[in-house]
Design a protein around this ligand. Structure first.
Ligand code: FAD
Length: 310
C-alpha cells in the first residue's frame, strides 16, 4: 500500500506529491488528466515568482517536478469510489474506474473543479480567444475593452464589479427576471457608470471573426427580440462544479458539493485529506491550490507519524 495516495494531479495534487515524497515515504498520484485545469489555460500571469507562462508549459513543469521524486504517477486513471478504513489507522481504499483498487494509509483528494458551460454556439470555438471563466486570471487581458458577464448570481455580479474597474464596459446578462446576487452587490453593481444589466435575457450565441470574439447575442425573453452586443470578451459565470460526485455519501460535502476541510486540510474521514478547487477553501486559484496541497501533505505525514507502531 501507499503511505500517501493522491487522487488528482493538478497544482494541488502535484504540490502534495512533492511535499509527501520529500518525507521519504511511498507516494502515488492517480489522475484522470495530469496537470488538471491548467492544461486548458492560455496565459498564467499570477503565479508568484513566474512573471508569465502558459498552461501546457506550467503543466509540464508540474509533472517534471513530481517525476524528480520517487512518485508512482498513474495518469489517465479515474477514481470511482472511496472506501474509508475499517478501523482507526487501517487502510483507505480507492476503487478505480478500470476496476483496480488502490490501498493507502492516507489519501489526499485533489480532484479540482470544472466551470459550467453555457453551451451556446461560439463558446467552445472561442474558449481562450475571448471566452473566459476566471476574472482574477483573465480580467487584465481585457483592459480597455468591452466585455460581458453571463450570470447574475454572486459570482457573476462580483465578476462584473471586478471587471468594471479594469475594462471599458461590462454588459451583464441574466436569464432569470432578476439578479440573484446579494442585495449589497446588486446595488454596488447598479451604481457603476460603465455597466449595463439585462435580465430576462437568454444568451443564444457568442459570435466572432478571425479567431476572436466580437459579440454576444441574447434573446429578450419577454419580447422574444434578439439583440447583438458588440464586444471583445465574455466571462461565463454560471457556476464552478467540484469533481466530487464520486465521494457522495462517504466524505462530507458542502451544499455546493465541495469537500468540507478544516484549516489543516482534514476531511471528516480519518486519514483522508483534501486540497484545492474541490474543497471549501475559497478563491479557486493555482497558487492557492498549490499551497493547500502542500498543507494537506504535511497533515497526512503528521497523521502517519501518530499511528501506533503495529
Ligand atoms: P485541477 O487543476 O482541477 O486538477 C484536478 C485533477 O484531478 C486533474 O488531474 C483531474 O484530471 C483529476 N481528477 C478529477 N476527477 C478525478 C477522479 N475522479 N479520479 C482521478 N482524478 C480526477 N488560476 C490561476 O491561478 N491563474 C490563471 O491564470 C488561471 N487561469 C485559468 C484559466 C482557465 C481556462 C481555467 C479553467 C482555470 C484557470 N485557473 C487559473 C484556475 C486554476 O486552473 C485552478 O484553480 C487550479 O488548476 C486548481 O487546481 P487543483 O489541483 O485543485 O484542481
Amino acid at each position: 500500500p501507499f503511505d500517501v495516495l493522491i487522487v488528482g494531479g493538478g497544482p494541488a495534487g502535484a504540490a502534495a506529491a512533492v511535499y509527501a515524497a520529500r518525507k521519504g515515504i511511498r507516494v502515488g498520484v492517480a489522475a484522470e488528466r495530469f496537470g488538471g485545469q491548467v492544461n486548458d489555460t492560455m496565459a498564467i500571469e499570477n503565479y508568484i515568482s513566474v512573471l508569465e507562462t502558459d498552461g501546457p508549459k506550467f503543466a509540464a513543469a508540474l509533472e517534471a517536478q513530481v517525476r524528480h521524486y520517487e512518485v508512482d504517477i498513474m495518469n489517465l486513471q479515474r477514481a470511482d469510489k472511496l472506501i474509508p478504513a475499517e478501523e482507526p489507522g487501517g487502510l483507505v481504499q480507492v476503487q478505480m474506474a478500470n476496476g483496480g483498487v488502490l490501498q493507502a494509509r492516507s489519501v489526499i483528494l485533489s480532484t479540482g473543479a470544472r466551470w459550467r458551460n453555457v453551451n451556446v454556439p461560439g463558446e467552445q470555438e472561442y474558449k481562450n480567444k475571448g471566452v473566459a471563466y476566471c476574472p482574477h486570471c483573465d480580467g487584465p487581458l481585457f483592459k480597455g475593452k468591452r466585455t460581458a458577464v453571463i450570470g447574475g448570481g454572486n459570482s457573476g455580479v462580483e465578476a462584473a464589479i471586478d471587471l468594471a474597474g479594469i475594462v471599458q464596459h461590462v454588459t451583464l446578462v441574466e436569464f432569470a427576471d432578476q439578479l440573484k446576487a446579494d442585495a449589497v452587490l446588486v446595488s454596488k453593481l447598479k451604481s457603476l457608470p460603465n455597466v449595463t444589466i439585462h435580465v430576462n435575457a437568454q444568451t443564444t450565441e457568442i459570435t466572432g471573426a478571425d479567431g476572436k470574439v466580437n459579440g454576444l447575442k441574447y434573446k429578450d425573453r419577454a419580447t422574444n427580440e434578439e439583440h447583438l452586443v458588440p464586444l471583445e470578451g465574455v466571462f461565463v459565470q454560471i457556476g464552478l462544479v467540484p469533481n466530487t460526485e464520486f465521494l457522495k455519501g462517504t466524505v462530507e460535502l458542502s451544499r455546493f458539493g465541495e469537500i468540507v476541510v478544516d484549516a489543516k486540510g482534514h476531511t471528516n474521514v480519518p486519514g483522508v485529506f483534501a486540497a484545492g478547487d474541490c474543497t471549501t477553501v475559497p478563491y479557486k486559484q493555482i497558487v492557492i491550490a498549490a499551497g493547500e496541497g502542500a498543507k494537506a501533505a504535511l497533515s497526512a505525514f503528521d497523521h502517519l507519524i501518530r499511528q501506533p507502531v503495529a
